[in-house]
Design a protein around this ligand. Structure first.
Ligand SMILES: *Cc1c(COP(=O)(O)O)cnc(C)c1O
Length: 227
């Protein structure tokens, strides 16, 4: 866990790197939003980031997010919570209740669960379709060959709530072709949000057109061992 000063300093550094890489790519830095990935870090770290001005957070487990975030919204009403991890259908209702964006929509059964949850909860978070750009067997994300059809049907079903695409490239490959593929796919569908790039590669993602970068360890430090 990092101290509040080091979290604030890290955020300043990340914003500077975002601005530099955006300008290098001829892009406006304000077109890129930073999602601070706080999974496995305590609520105190989230509060330190909020006090430093950070407003968007990413968590990959619904239960952990539900324990950490809802009571912070009274003090920071502009806080936005993104669910970025593989989502089980039985967690869809809670995710729809607490999240402002679900970045991991990746299969029809989850679409059904989110649509039902949306009716029940009377709200629908923004949605991104996660694309398995590396076609890795163990990874969440819609397979490449099914991606276009799934994106089209999700846009029809969820309308304006369906905002864009997300990917996590394979660990052992150059991420750039995956980032390009995702940005091209989003452009082809007229979707404005492209979520890609983590601590190790967010600058390359920005060069390829990322509008959301998801950065964890470079802000909060290494995740605790049980992670
Ligand atoms: C953990 C996680 C991140 C952040 O990873 P870091 O390497 O710590 O920046 C980004 N996206 C997803 C989907 C994650 O699960």
């Amino acid at each position: 866990m990092s101290t509040s000063t080091s979290i604030a300093d890290a955020l300043t550094g990340i914003h500077a790197r975002i601005a530099t890489s955006a300008r290098a790519a001829g892009r406006d830095p304000s077109a890129i939003e930073l999602v601070a990935v706080s999974k496995f870090h305590p609520q105190a770290s989230v509060i330190a980031a909020l006090e430093a001005g950070q407003r968007i957070f990413g968590e990959n487990r619904v239960q952990e997010a539900a324990a950490k975030f809802p009571d912070l919204r009274t003090r920071w009403p502009e806080l936005r919570l993104h669910i970025i991890g593989g989502l089980q259908t039985n967690k869809a209702l809670e995710a729809v209740r607490i999240a402002d964006m679900i970045e991991s929509l990746d299969r029809p059964s989850l679409s059904d669960a989110i649509a039902r949850a949306g009716e029940k909860a009377g709200r629908l978070p923004d949605l991104l379709v996660q694309v398995n750009t590396g076609d890795e067997t163990q990874k969440s994300g819609v397979r490449l060959e099914d991606a276009d059809a799934f994106i089209t049907s999700s846009m029809t079903r969820f309308g304006k709530s369906m905002r864009g695409l997300m990917c996590i490239p394979p660990h052992d490959q150059d991420p750039t072709p995956h980032f390009r593929l995702l940005a091209d796919m989003a452009a082809r569908h007229g979707l404005p949000v492209v979520s890609m790039g983590m601590s190790a590669d967010f600058e390359r993602a920005i060069a390829c057109g990322a509008t959301l970068v998801r950065v964890g360890s470079a802000i909060f430090g290494a995740r605790p061992a049980h992670a």
